[in-house]
Design a protein around this ligand. Sequence first.
Ligand SMILES: [Zn+2]
Length: 702
Amino acid sequence: MSVTDEIKSRIDIVSYVQQYVPLKKAGRYYKACCPFHSEKTPSFVVNQDTQSWRCFGACAEGGDLFSFAMKQHGWDFRETLESLGKQAGVEVRKQSPLDKQKAERADALRGLLKIAADTYHKHLLSDKSDDVRATLRYAMEKRGFTLETIKAFGIGYAPPGWQNMLNELTNLGYDEAQVIEAGIAVKNNNGRVYDRFRNRLMVPIRDDRGRVIGFGARVLDPDDNPKYLNSPQTPVFDKSKVLFGLDAAKRSIRDTETAVIVEGYMDVIQAHQAGFINVVAQMGTAMTETQLNLIAPRYAKRVVMALDADDAGQNATRRSLETARQTLAADYTGKLSVDIRVLQIPGAKDPDDLIREEPERWQALVDGATPVADYVINMEMAGLSEQASLPEREQVARRVLPILTASESDLYKQDNIQRLAMRLRIPERDLLRWASEQTEAEKQAAQRRKQTPPPPRPYAGDGMVTSSEEPPPLAIDELEEPPVDYDNDGYMPLPGEAPLAAPTPLRSDNKLERQCLRTLVTTPDTYYAVNRKLRELAGDNEQLRSGPLADLGVADFTVSDYRALMQMFSMSVRQHELDVIEFLRKNLDPALLGHLDDLLVDDGVQITQQMKARFGGELEDLIRQHNTRVKPTINPVDEMIDQALNLRRNRLNREIHELSFMQREPTSQAEDHVSIETQVIISKRARQILDAELQRQHNLLA
Ligand SMILES: [Zn+2]
C-alpha cells in the first residue's frame, strides 16, 4: 500500500471535509454549497463510498481526500502529504536514499564553494602583496566599489599560480574530484589538475537563499582571456536558473513590486551600492522561464529589462519578452499579469557606468521604461521597409498583436492597436479581428491546458436552455446501471440501495491508469496524439471539447499518486528545457519517485528510449513498420489512444453515475436539474462517441 493509500484508509473524507464545509446527508451522498465557488444551491457532493468529492457547478472538478486538502488549503503535494500524514499517524518518508545522497553531495559542494569564497575574500583584504593591493585599488577606484560593498558581496581575489585553491581545499580534506566537480579546479588531457581561476577578481554567485553556488571572475591583467569567466555548470550551479543578486534583492523586489533585470553582476553590484536594490542580473543570453519564475508574478508585478542595446542584446531582449509572455500568460487567460517594460539606455552605455556617473538618471529611466508593446512595435517597424507589401505588413501585425493584446489595460491596448493600424496602414477593424481570433485561440488553448474542464453549458443545439423552456428530453427515472469498468480494476460501483456500508477498501493501483501513465512518460508524443483524437471526436462541439472530451488530464485518474504524477507530466510537456523523464525526476515529490521507477523499469521501455535517441521522430514509423510485420496494426500510438479512450470512458461512467444520483435527489432545485440534466446529456453523448470509436477500432483489428 502506498503512503497516500495508507493515509486515505485512515482518514474518512466525510469527516475531513466536514471540518471545513457544513455537509448535509442526502441519501448516500453528502451535499453542501461548494466551498470553492459562490453559489446558493448546493452542487458540491461528497461520496463516502468512493471517498471522493465533486463540484457539479462552476468548478466542475472533483477528486479525493488529497485534492480536497490541496484545494482547501492551497497546499502542494508535499505539504498535503505531510499534514495528512501527521493527522493519520502515518510516517511520511522525506526523501529517497538517492535524493538524500544527492542533497548531501550538493551540500558538500556548497560547503566547499563557501570556503573558496571566504578564502578569495580574505586574500583581497589581506593587504599582503603588491598584487593584492593593485587588485583592491582596481575594485575601489576603477569599479568604484566601496569597502562596504566589497564586504557585502564577498568580493575576492584569486592570486596567480596554478594550485593555490586546490592545495587550500585538499589540505582541508576535500579530494581533487570534489574540487573539480565544484568547478574550482580543472583537469587537463594530461591528467594535470589546476586552479580554474587565476589572477582574477572573484565575485561569488549565490542562489536566492544566499548560498554560494559558483563564481564570476573578471580579468585583472588586460592580456588575459576571457574578460569574464564563470563557473561551469555543476550539480549546484546552472546559470540559466539563477538570478545574480536575488538573495539581496528579494525583499526590495517584494516591497517595490518591481524587479529590474540587467545583464551582468557588475551592474548589480553597482546598482545595489547606489541604493537600487531591486536589481538582479540574468548572466545568460536570454531570460529563461525558471529565472522569470523566481521573481514574477510571486514578488514582482512589474519587470523592467535593462539589457544591452547592441544587436545581440536586442535579440536577447526579444527572446526574453517571448519567454515572459509564454510563462506569464500560461497561468492567466489573456492579459499578462505582470507589466513588462524595456529600459533602453541612451548612448549605448552599460548600466554599471550610468549608475556610477548619474544615479538619479537611472531612476528616471527605470520609471520611464518603455512598455513592452511600444518596444515591440518600434523594433518590428524598424525592420519593415516603406514599400512592404500587405502580406508582409500583415505578418508583422500578427507577430505584434499577441504582445499588444496581452498588455496591461484595455485602454492601453486600444491605443496600441490604433497606432499599429496607422503605422502598418492596415484598417483597425482587421487588427481587432485578428487580435480577437488570437485571444480566442489562446483562451481555448489555456482552457485545454487547465486540467479540469469548465462546466458544460446547457446543451440545446445552437440555443441556450433557459428555465422557461422545455428541458431537453431525458428519462429521469432511467437511473444508470452500475458502470462496467474497462478492466474491472479501478472503478468501484456503488452498492445498490443498501444503507451506507463501511468505506469500500481503497485501491492502491489501477492497471489501466498505470499503463496510460507509463506510455505518456516514456513516449510523451502519444499525449498529443490522444488529445488530437479527443478533439477530432469532439468536432466543432465546444461543449464536448471543453467538457467530457477535453484533453487528457488529472481528472482521468483515480489513484492519488497517479493524479499527482499526471499533474507533473502536464507541467513537463509545457516546458522545453528538460526531457519529460528528467523533468519528473527533478520535480516529482520524493514520495512519488518510486512510482516513476516502477513505470520505467517495465520491459521494452529502455529499448524504446534507446531507439528514440537513435531515430528521433522516425520512431513511430519504425515501430509501425515493425509491428505490421510482427503483429499487424497495433502500434503504441493506437494502443495508447485505445487505453486513453477507455480511461476517459471510465471517468464519464463515474460522473454520469453521480450525476444521475443528483437528478433523483428530491431536494435539488429546479434550475439545478436543468444544468445537471444537460451535463448528463453531454456526458452520455461523449460516451456514445467514445463507444463508437472504440468499436470502430476493434473492428479494424478484427
Ligand atoms: Zn464549485
